[in-house]
Design a protein around this ligand. Sequence first.
Ligand code: P6P
Length: 334
Amino acid sequence: MALKGLVTLEQFIVDQQALYKNATGAFSKMFRALELGAKMVNRDVRKAGLVDILGDMGSMNVQGEYQKKLDVVADTTFIEVLSRCGEVCAVISEEQDHAIFIEGCENKEYYVAIDPLDGSSNIDVNASIGTIFSIYRRKDSNYSPKTEDCLQRGSEQVAAGYFLYGTSTMLIYTTGNGVNGFTLDDTLQEFCLSHENIRIPEGGAIFSLNEGNTSDFPEGVRQYITWCKEKDKATGRPYAARYIGSLIADVHRNLLRGGIFIYPGTEKKPNGKLRLIYECNTMAFIVEQAGGMAHSGRERILDILPTDLHQRSPLFIGSADMVNHALEYLNRYS
Ligand code: P6P
């Protein structure tokens, strides 16, 4: 790649920061911390087969899910780098029961919500996994942070992004002015701008959900998926079924190609499996900024006011035309 075309993440953030007259540099310090954490996790993920960090920890997280060793390594890594950057007052992590309040940063205004390593079930089989993060600003930073400060709507996010440890390592993020993608150049160990101003196609021909759960799906979801599978040349059906079982990878594919990802609520689990604050909200902000939609089946994801750090939400996310179509079926058969 000719140097002239090379825009590193660092340069991009500096350029973007110039757009904000009252920027204090806190933002770029947080991003440098997240970038360092991702490079460390990327290194561990890439060598996981060679050292003893595959498999289960033998412990459970607050979700009642068995923790993989890499889950815990990633969680520890990101909490460490975010604590040391000196700009974050609290970290909400999928792997931590409670908010982690950072000593010495009690008066800092930003907090970070993170799923340190999403897609754990894919770790041991070498399928794509990733880190999901959101940055919020506290309403009032004149006192030590409390858990209640970290229960804001997704529409309050200052930034949202994910690191994808796939065939290449990428960072996709938004600060509310569009979505940009960076690919890690392993030789330089720099994230370089590779996908500028990503826009999700309005329509798509990919549907992504775990059809193993079909018998538990709401009737509207079942009917929509049946429609996606019908033969109809004029509308390009049947659509393609694609499901990696890793939220980041499934949403990332649809972000670039168009498509819909659905993790619906069921009778047994009316709020589905995915967590609102550090999975649904993050992906919703990104997809909406790229021109798509993200909905719970009841309301826009970013409008939901959280009442619990680890609460779950059903998720319909992707190309606007496809999400609207799926919601029509949901309403028709509800
Ligand atoms: P299921 C991974 O464990 C995860 O949290 C998401 O990344 C993924 O979309 C979902 O769970 C997969 O869940 O029930 O289809 O295995």
